[in-house]
Ligand binder design. Structure first.
Ligand SMILES: [Zn+2]
Length: 107
């Protein structure tokens, strides 16, 4: 299936459980093993941080993880505070559900 990646994410979002895989198709001798770039579980996956709540897949400093709403808020605050202290702009993507950031990404 060769559909634009944003559509692939949105289609996965509509299913009870779906993963989107990415595979290198260029000419260089990179690994062509597919890897999962997005996963959707209805009701959310078990939160990577608290292990209790459930939430959508989010970008974190440790890769893509399921994060529940309260942990998203906590980590978002942390991230924004850290960015302020470091004098940089907070990332619009960190600890935000990936599906909500699609429109911020270049095609
Ligand atoms: Zn949590």
């Amino acid at each position: 299936m060769n559909i634009p990646w944003k559509d692939a994410y949105r289609r996965a979002e509509e299913l009870p459980h779906a993963v989107v895989e990415s595979r290198y198709v260029g000419e260089r001798p990179y690994k062509r093993t597919p890897h999962i770039v997005f996963e959707h579980i209805e009701g959310g996956g078990t939160c990577w941080l608290c292990g209790k709540g459930r939430g959508p897949l989010c970008k974190t400093g440790h890769g893509n993880k399921f994060v529940c709403d309260p942990c998203q808020r906590d980590m978002r605050q942390h991230h924004e505070q850290w960015a302020r202290e470091a004098g940089t702009e907070p990332s619009q993507f960190t600890y935000v559900p990936i599906i909500d950031t699609l429109d911020l990404e270049p095609q």
